[in-house]
Design a protein around this ligand. Structure first.
Ligand code: ZN
Length: 211
């Protein structure tokens, strides 16, 4: 039996931006394959929130800003271990724009994250220093939205961290697995699913909603 979506449920569409799609600067394999599915899912929801990774060119998460370092190596920062990435989602570039084929005109909020050069932000709720809040929790609470469905890119980073922080914030969180794709850097995808399961994040397939 299909899962019912209610008017006070919310779909969070994480980082479906050009740089995370094939030919983008930080392409997630098959990242574009989920867009038609996300568009279909979004039609079931009254409330949709989009997120947008949004970095200055000198962002601390870019390997290019750390001489001698290559993408996917890590460094230690005051807030913990940081994976270094290829330059991606630099604000006001084509790569940072939401995917052209995303068709969700009724989305009401776009949360931008990672705009502070010194702090990365995978989660839609708070930045990686665990101090800077995006305001999403308050937005959801003020509007009485407590059931979150999360889709987008990438499963093992921004989707996973958003789902985990959603649980910490007291929300009921479900990830729609086939409407996400992962990067899988050194086992990160398996780890993300294990962490989400431990935290109580639900994992479903889109057909449970769309059938
Ligand atoms: Zn980023």
């Amino acid at each position: 039996m299909a899962l019912s979506i209610y008017p006070d449920d919310v779909l969070i569409v994480v980082d479906v931006q050009n740089d995370f799609l094939p030919r983008g600067n930080l392409a997630v394999a098959d990242g574009d394959a989920i867009i038609p599915l996300i568009n279909r899912l979004a039609k079931k929801f009254t409330n949709v929130v989009l997120t947008q990774d949004w970095h200055p060119a000198d962002h601390i998460s870019f390997a290019s800003n750390h001489p001698g370092k290559a993408p996917f190596e890590t460094i230690e920062l005051t807030y913990g271990t940081q994976v270094l990435w290829p330059d991606h989602c630099v604000w006001q570039t084509r790569g940072a724009e939401l995917a052209d084929k995303l068709d969700i005109p009724h989305a009401q909020l776009i949360i931008r994250k990672g705009y502070d050069r010194a702090v990365d932000s995978y989660s839609a709720f708070e930045e990686a220093d665990r101090l800077s809040r995006t305001g999403l929790s308050s937005y959801l609470r003020e509007r009485g939205l407590s059931q979150l469905y999360v889709v987008g890119l990438a499963t093992d980073y921004c989707v996973g961290w958003t789902a985990l922080d959603g649980v910490v914030g007291g929300f009921d969180v479900t990830v729609i697995e086939d409407a996400t794709r992962g990067i899988d850097n050194a086992g990160s995808l398996d780890r993300a699913w294990a962490d989400m399961a431990d935290a109580g994040v639900k994992r479903i397939a889109s057909r449970q909603i769309l059938d």
